[in-house]
Design a protein around this ligand. Structure first.
Ligand SMILES: Nc1ncnc2c1ncn2[C@@H]1O[C@H](COP(=O)(O)OP(=O)(O)OP(=O)(O)O)[C@@H](O)[C@H]1O
Length: 324
């Protein structure tokens, strides 16, 4: 992507609803975005609600025309030839109401047929994908009768039937339980490892971003404010580590080492939070895990900076990020 720019016009009625609504203004949802995604990479777009993630992927999938800029996917100019996107990538949007009337099995099979599979191949792939995602018991259910998480999983199954070299997934695991989430990540990882599939993933879940992504672009107000590996992003922000100490009751301030920490800690009830250079954190951990201090300690955690810390340090609005 090079210089991608998209401004939504100040449509009448859109922001004008409600008594306290502000006057509608145009929204620059993509503001000169340039990014390279390598083949076989799991690349993430992270950012709070309204940052411009969906707008960006809709341009990549040929569903929304940029005002300016270029998109080249596997050698194809997608701004000039947006219809080619359908042959190159599988897109899982935020809402997939188009499949609602179909059963889980038919949603996957039909998607396979639409992607050019013959009827036998489509049925074979459908069965394999439903098994892979643990959906076989729901195969005969219409999507509209499923729970939110089950419906999302069925949409992932459809997206994975009739293989494409690129997967573009907008919040694929939203609303799923941990078992379903793991099934989705294994299925994606299998395609990357086995077929070299490239994955572009939208998320505002920082935990997911840290564990599954090779690289992350952090978006805010339509701009890329950082782009690196999760580790690289975290390294940019701070070399300190965070130590949380939770005391059973009163902290043992009679211990000189503990008394010395008190001044440096952010205290919230029984919890002390310290940001320390790694060497210092090691010696503090050694001190608090023996003698009277250890007896008074309920719990402790030592953590490197999270993507959330990165995000806040880069000026993003952290309130929109999920942490579970
Ligand atoms: N069709 C539209 N018309 C006008 N403005 C829009 C339209 N779609 C999105 N926007 C605005 O563009 C900005 C970016 O929206 P977008 O949906 O791309 O954000 P997002 O990062 O995907 O958010 P979320 O995490 O909530 O899905 C927001 O300010 C939004 O209000």
């Amino acid at each position: 992507m090079r210089g991608l720019t998209k401004t939504y016009p100040a449509a009448r009625g859109r922001a004008g609803r409600g008594r306290n609504a502000e006057r509608p203004r145009p929204v620059r949802a993509s503001d000169d975005i340039s990014l390279d995604v390598a083949r076989g990479e799991i690349f993430g777009l992270l950012g709070p609600n309204g940052a411009g993630k969906t707008t960006l992927v809709r341009q990549l999938t040929g569903l929304l025309r940029p005002d300016a800029g270029h998109i080249t996917l596997l050698g194809h100019d997608l701004v000039r030839h947006p219809r080619r996107a359908a042959r190159l990538l599988a897109y899982l949007g935020q809402e997939s109401t188009a499949l609602d009337e179909l059963t889980v099995a038919l949603a996957a099979e039909t998607t396979g047929r639409l992607r050019g599979l013959g009827s036998d191949a489509a049925r074979r792939e459908r069965d394999a994908v439903l098994d892979e995602l643990g959906l076989a018991p729901l195969a005969g259910q219409p999507l509209k009768k499923l729970s939110g998480g089950q419906r999302r999983l069925a949409c992932v199954a459809a997206a994975l039937t009739g293989e494409r070299p690129v997967l573009v997934l907008d919040e694929p695991t939203a609303g799923m339980d941990p078992v379903a989430r793991r099934a989705v990540w294994s299925a994606i990882d299998r395609r990357r490892t086995g077929n070299g599939t490239t994955v572009l993933l939208v998320t505002h879940n920082v935990i997911e971003a840290e564990t599954v992504l090779d690289r992350v672009a952090v978006l805010d107000s339509g701009r890329v404010i950082a782009c690196d590996t999760p580790g690289g992003l975290k390294g940019m922000v701070s070399s300190e580590v965070r130590l949380d100490l939770v005391w059973r009751g009163e902290p043992p301030l009679g211990e000189p080492e503990i008394a010395a920490l008190y001044g440096a800690a952010t205290v919230a009830g029984r919890r002390w939070t310290l940001r320390l250079p790694p060497e210092r954190a090691r010696s503090v951990v050694a001190a608090v895990t023996q003698g009277p201090a250890f007896a008074a300690l309920d719990d402790f955690t030592l953590a490197t900076p999270s993507l959330e810390d990165v995000y806040l340090a880069l000026g993003g609005r952290g309130a929109g990020l999920e942490r579970s």
